[in-house]
Design a protein around this ligand. Structure first.
Ligand SMILES: Cc1ncc(COP(=O)(O)O)c(C=O)c1O
Length: 390
């Protein structure tokens, strides 16, 4: 009764529905294989942890610049230049955030007014669809599942643009499908944004986790977009630092000024000593990223090889990220039914597709960021589950 109207109009997060069921089963003593969350299973690499511990020991425990510590902003600027070939100013173009989650939230806070529209692909990451509503904005969905593939139709997007459309949110590689937006598509979308005066929020939190076949192309590489792209990135997935809550946004100086205002209201600063760890992550050897990525590739190959041999299940071939998006429609079950029954009967937790949007009701998402042994165990149990159903 007392909640804000905007808060009341968003559903409870579906993220924890299946996860809580899995936790309850574990508490009852069951051996549950949990592949429902997007959480790398690796420890954070040691040199990153040591840099944070050193900062703690040195008393770096106080409030820091609202933009984030200079060392981290400079490390981001250098990595940015390496990856995009473009120079950015660590004092003007970067803001450290509490993960990509905050980067997205403050982008909405800074630009969305009641009645504004934001275009978001469906299926998309669970949090995308709710947060804009808190600012009174309307989420307009476009399809990302043409013919069971991660593809959008530029004509569909065009047809959904109205005078109220303020921004478009894009995510590559995608959670949940693992699809990657090609250079040609980035260029098409850039043209659209310029033509219709749209801000692009580009969620690139998985861009370092690319598989062999595809190439990642950042919107930030398109010079004409310089004043209308907000790039959201994070340390969470790349360096297995989900619990550190550190990410950043890169944007034109004017955007950073607005985003900073929202950031100051939200948390004011991010964890001081954690930021020294993050700087070490970006500055230090990237072998740890290569090693984790090699493991993800191998795990993806193990799971897809098994899926290829299961006629009742098909999947979108992931080009990057941490997930395999599986279509269970041939089983006669919805994605939600599949996930619930699989958990109850075989103690394997997958995320139901409906958490990612109404276009994915027949899907479940499997996270490959688990040990090979657990993935193999899960696949065996899935086969038994399907066999038992006849
Ligand atoms: C597509 C996408 N964007 C952003 C995030 C936010 O991650 P974090 O806040 O840990 O950086 C996630 C987390 O799962 C995600 O999947």
């Amino acid at each position: 009764m007392l909640e804000s109207k905007n808060l009341n109009s968003i559903p409870d997060s579906k993220l924890w529905g299946i996860a809580n069921k899995a936790i309850t089963l574990m508490e009852q003593g069951h051996d549950v294989v949990r592949l429902e969350l997007g959480r790398p299973n690796f420890d954070t690499p040691q040199h990153i942890k040591l840099a944070a511990v050193k900062a703690l020991d040195e008393g770096k425990v106080h409030y820091v610049s609202h933009l984030g510590i200079k060392e981290l902003r400079e490390a981001i600027a250098d990595r940015w230049q390496l990856e995009t070939g473009m120079k950015i100013d660590p004092n003007k173009n970067i803001l450290i955030t509490q993960g990509g989650t905050e980067g997205l939230f403050i982008s909405y806070a800074a630009y969305l007014n009641p009645g504004d529209e934001i275009l978001i692909g469906d299926p998309g990451w669970i949090s995308y669809f709710s947060a804009p509503v808190l600012f009174g904005a309307k989420v307009v969905r476009f399809s990302l599942l043409e013919n069971g593939r991660y593809r959008f139709s530029i004509d569909e997007i065009k047809s959904k643009i109205t005078p109220k459309t303020k921004m478009i949110l894009l995510n590559s590689p995608s959670n949940p499908t693992g699809g990657v937006i090609s250079k040609k598509e980035v260029e098409e979308l850039a043209e659209l944004a310029l033509e219709h005066d749209l801000i692009i929020i580009s969620d690139e939190v998985y861009h370092r986790l690319m598989f062999d076949e595809a190439e990642f192309y950042s919107f930030a590489k398109i010079k004409e977009l310089a004043d209308r792209v907000i790039t959201v990135d994070s340390l969470s997935k790349t360096y297995s630092m989900t619990g550190w809550r550190l990410g950043y946004v890169v944007a034109a100086e004017e955007h950073i000024r607005h985003l900073l205002k929202a950031h100051q209201q939200l948390g004011a600063t991010c964890c001081s000593f954690g930021q020294y760890g993050a700087a070490a992550a970006l500055r230090g050897s990237q072998d740890c990223v290569d090693q984790m990525l090699a493991a993800y590739k191998s795990r993806k190959n193990i799971v897809t090889a098994q899926l290829d041999a299961i006629p009742e299940l098909s999947y979108i071939k992931p080009q990057g990220g941490l997930y395999i998006f599986i279509d269970a429609s041939k089983t006669g079950l919805s994605g939600n039914e599949f996930a619930v029954k699989l958990l109850e009967e075989q103690k394997v937790a997958l995320m139901p597709g409906d958490a990612f949007g109404s276009s994915a009701l027949s899907y479940v998402r499997l996270c490959i960021a688990e040990s090979e042994a657990n993935l193999a165990k899960a696949m065996e149990r899935i086969k038994i589950f399907l066999k038992n159903r006849g």
